[in-house]
Design a protein around this ligand. Structure first.
Ligand SMILES: Nc1ncnc2c1ncn2[C@@H]1O[C@H](COP(=O)(O)OP(=O)(O)OP(=O)(O)O)[C@@H](O)[C@H]1O
Length: 510
């Protein structure tokens, strides 16, 4: 038979000439690939290359216009996710489909095709999470959990369905180096049990470490197949983006006055699973980038909320922006003082999914002449949105498409681009390159360095230690709601930061 391997065992999956067009873009153009049982197969490609579209076709979320799917040697039509799951296909999405107001257990219960009682399911969840080394508390409310913790819920929920093929879209983008290694152990264990993995990631070193094979996509087409173990991160990047990676230019900047000062911030949280902030002290001066490293769920969310104005502080003497006490000021008032802000959660806090890119530009850019005498000035909004799309190479169907239609990385480029274009004096950025491809990550990091050069005070909260080392002047670690003292970047290392992240944040580094 045509689609059998040499040992006559059928491929788990064969895709043949899969195509899918949207009105303005051909997202998949005659894509073919094959996956064996137990194979860890990477899907590589820059933002908007068509990776998620292909995976959604495979999971029955969208229908291809052309092409065929063979599952264990049989031609199948996957018309919906329930059928995909029945075949044994599980998917962990880049944007989690979980309900904030429910517990972990209730979320998992809702998604199960096979109906368990809550009690039975709780036992299964605890058993599966212990077996794969992914601890979760079934009783915890979802809204109180960090992105990294939510991802664990998604993984456990998928594993409960005992998949034969697991699709993972950017699974490590919110994990620490230690958590990544735990996840890889889980993935290898699954593969050794015969489960095939389709693994989408922009992290080329991780792909080299984990994957047996790779299909490379560019502009919806396959541009090559590779064995990642025989490639370097550089050759993989070249295959992906079709040219060499841009190199970051970091020039010394003139340090100015403190623009953001936090003087002993203590913040209790009403959320029973939130993290209390304890005596946070921080100073970011004009012309410098301060990086905060940490395992998600250690107070980053609470700190961002306190700095952006989402949580107000009773004590007005604690947070200062450009010399003004801001504890009681709303986000809009803080923006008037020059604060711009990229939240961790891009679909929800960073952008409104159903609004167009132009409308999303207006949401934070309203002070840039977009509202005149109480009237919305559409030409200004359009120009602003078009400029971001061009400058940050946001691959999309133009300013009028909805934010939700953008690929994850392209939406991130749009949000970061929007905030940078607002000419901030203080920039607060959480996970700046989450889901962004290697080439575009360099563009975003370079833009932040350019802002620093222009005298902007920048605070970056990231779990990407390499990124923090690359762009920050000073670094600190958040753990259990406490910050360690600031360390000049050239006096620390990824290993040391990793240790501080997993240990007690009160470790003082000279
Ligand atoms: N529902 C939709 N309507 C219109 N265009 C869409 C829709 N979904 C995806 N696209 C477009 O199809 C292209 C491929 O998107 P896709 O999400 O598959 O890319 P990707 O390779 O997964 O990117 P990323 O790495 O950023 O996640 C993009 O240009 C995207 O804007």
């Amino acid at each position: 038979m045509e689609f059998e391997q040499e040992n006559k065992e059928p491929f788990r999956l064969v895709l043949e000439n899969i195509s899918k067009s949207y009105p303005l873009i051909k997202a998949n153009n005659a894509i073919s690939l094959q996956v064996k049982p137990g194979e860890i197969h990477a899907i590589l490609g820059e933002n908007g290359a068509g990776k998620s579209t292909l995976m959604k076709i495979l999971y029955g979320v969208i229908k291809p216009d052309e092409g065929s799917i063979l599952w264990e040697g049989q031609k199948v039509e996957i018309n919906n996710p329930a059928f995909a799951r029945k075949l044994g296909i599980g998917m962990i999405f880049q944007h989690f489909a979980l309900f904030e107001s429910l517990t972990v257990l209730e979320n998992i219960w809702l998604s199960m095709d096979e109906k368990y009682s809550l009690k039975q399911l709780e036992e299964e969840v605890l058993k599966t999470s212990a077996y794969y080394g992914l601890p979760i508390n079934p009783k915890r409310m979802l809204h109180s959990m960090s992105v990294g913790e939510r991802q664990r819920v998604e993984i456990v929920r998928c594993l409960l369905q005992k998949p034969k093929l697991l699709i993972m879209d950017e699974p490590t983008s919110v994990l620490t180096p230690q958590a990544v290694q735990i996840l890889f152990k889980t993935i290898r264990q699954l593969a050794s049990e015969g489960c095939s993995i389709l693994y989408i990631s922009h992290k080329l070193d991780e792909i080299r470490q984990l994957c047996d094979s790779a299909t490379v996509l560019r502009s919806g087409k396959v541009t090559g197949y590779a064995n990642p173990k025989n490639e370097t991160a550089k050759t993989l990047a070249t295959l992906m983006i079709g040219s060499e990676l841009p190199i970051i230019q970091q020039q010394p900047a003139e340090i100015g006055k403190p623009m953001l000062e936090v003087l002993g911030l203590n913040l209790k949280t009403s959320d029973p699973f939130g993290t209390e902030l304890k005596d946070i002290c921080l100073k970011v001066r004009a012309g410098e980038i301060v990086g905060i490293a940490g395992i998600s769920g250690n107070g980053q969310k609470e700190l961002i909320q306190a700095l952006s104005g989402e949580s107000l502080i009773a004590d007005t003497q604690t947070i200062y922006m450009n010399d003004a006490p801001v504890g009681k000021l709303s986000p809009a008032k803080r923006r008037e003082l020059g604060l711009c802000f990229v939240p961790e959660d891009r679909l929800g806090r960073g952008a409104v999914p159903n609004l167009s890119l132009a409308e999303n530009a207006l949401l934070t850019g309203y002070s840039e002449g977009m509202v005149r005498n109480g009237w919305i000035h559409q030409p200004t909004i359009n120009k602003f949105a078009e400029k971001i799309i061009e400058q940050f190479n946001v691959i999309c169907g133009g300013k009028n498409v909805s934010a939700s239609s953008l690929s994850g990385g392209n939406l991130q480029k749009f949000i970061v681009g929007r905030e940078i274009s607002l000419k901030p004096k203080i920039m607060l950025v959480a996970q700046p390159t989450w889901g962004v491809d290697v080439g575009a990550s360099m563009v975003i990091r370079q833009s932040l360095l350019n802002l620093r050069q222009q005298g902007v005070a920048i605070l970056v909260i990231s779990e990407e230690l390499e990124e923090l080392m690359m762009i920050s002047d000073q670094l600190t670690v958040i753990a259990n709601g406490k910050l360690s003292s600031l360390i000049p970047t050239n006096q620390t290392s990824i290993e040391e930061l990793g240790l501080m992240m997993s240990g007690d944040a009160t470790i003082q580094v000279p």
